[in-house]
Design a protein. Structure first.
Length: 109
């Protein structure tokens, strides 16, 4: 049995896109620095990007200025920024609960 901490792929994508619009491959390369995952599967990432776009949290357009074939460039929308703010609030509350839990655990060791 393993203790598991939830994954933060969705807010991590929104945070990276808030920094600047990027191609999916760049997201794939940069996500592990925020999620702790070794690597996100490409198919899963593109499915998640499509779902986030359908929800209006990000937008995409074809970028034909880069070398090679045209690629989609993703950007966060205002709705995505609002959800990212909500994620941050939720994570802060979770962090406070986690700190209380750990302090109590350490007291009783």
């Amino acid at each position: 049995m393993f203790a598991r901490v939830e994954r933060f792929t969705e807010p991590a994508i929104l945070l990276l896109l808030r920094e600047r619009p990027v191609h999916g491959y760049e997201l794939l390369e940069r996500l592990p620095e925020l999620t702790g995952e070794q690597r996100v599967e490409m198919g899963n990432l593109y499915r998640l990007l499509r779902a986030l776009e359908e929800e209006g949290l990000l937008s995409s357009k074809w970028d034909e200025t880069s070398p090679g074939p045209a690629k989609r460039r993703y950007a966060i929308t205002e709705r995505g920024r609002a959800l990212l703010d909500q994620w941050v609030d939720a994570l802060r509350r979770s962090q406070e609960r986690t700190e209380r839990f750990l302090e109590r655990y350490e007291e009783r060791r």
